[in-house]
Design a protein around this ligand. Structure first.
Ligand code: ZN
Ligand code: ZN
Length: 216
């Protein structure tokens, strides 16, 4: 089995460039973990080509959660490849508006009001076809040698993947000068998010792949 990371970027994220780490798990087939934003579809396709695949080859798409920076290309890839989309049974994929306060954001990020407003506007203008989920999971199932773990908090049906060595976390944790819990203003339930974060960092992983953050 090969685990490849396709590194993409989101510009204008509260005054910074936010990394997106889409994971390709290669065994008998090809499984993508998350799909990035619609504007990154060409880059994602290029990333797949660099590791010897095309969008046609995707067999499964596992969505850690419903946010557009993760689910944004799932439906179009499903159309192209007839991949099956997998997500947690509690996750709602209906696109929603983000209503954030500058005061909440500036508590965690060094961002000007202009950068804040331009980011919120950009995020709320992202349009994409919501994915049709083919397979709903509870957590505990296995896919391509990974166990699916339900880690609620960032969203109700957030999932992570662990195979005893590699931990793929989605947004249940992030790396930004160190391993950190997800940004609280984006979390559905902060208490649950911290509990899930503490659980994940207690796992005996050797390789950590957050969706947002540097890899080592
Ligand atoms: Zn998220
Ligand atoms: Zn995200």
């Amino acid at each position: 089995m090969r685990i490849e990371v396709i590194k993409l970027k989101e510009e204008n994220f509260f005054g910074k460039v936010l990394p997106h780490n889409v994971v390709a798990i290669v065994d008998d087939g090809l499984t993508l973990v998350d799909t990035s934003l619609p504007q990154n579809l060409d880059q994602l396709e290029r990333g797949l080509r660099n590791i010897g695949f095309s969008l046609d080859d995707v067999g499964f798409i596992l969505l850690t959660h419903s946010h557009p920076d993760h689910a944004g290309n799932a439906e179009i890839i499903r159309r192209i490849s007839h991949a099956k989309i997998i997500a947690h049974k509690l996750e709602d994929f209906t696109p929603k508006e983000f209503n954030l306060n500058y005061e909440d954001v500036v508590r965690e990020l060094n961002v000007s009001r202009n950068e804040f407003e331009s980011t919120i506007k950009r995020i709320n203008e992202i349009t994409y076809e919501p994915p049709r989920i083919d397979v709903r999971v509870n957590g505990g199932e296995e896919i391509s040698g990974f166990r699916i773990i339900h880690v609620p908090g960032h969203t109700p049906g957030h999932i992570a993947l662990f195979n005893g060595e590699t931990l793929i976390t989605g947004d249940a944790l992030r790396v930004d000068g160190g391993i950190r819990p997800p940004l609280s203003f984006f979390n559905w339930d902060q208490g649950k998010a911290l509990k899930s974060f503490n659980f994940l960092i207690s796992l005996p992983f050797k390789r950590l792949i957050p969706y947002h953050g540097e890899l080592n």
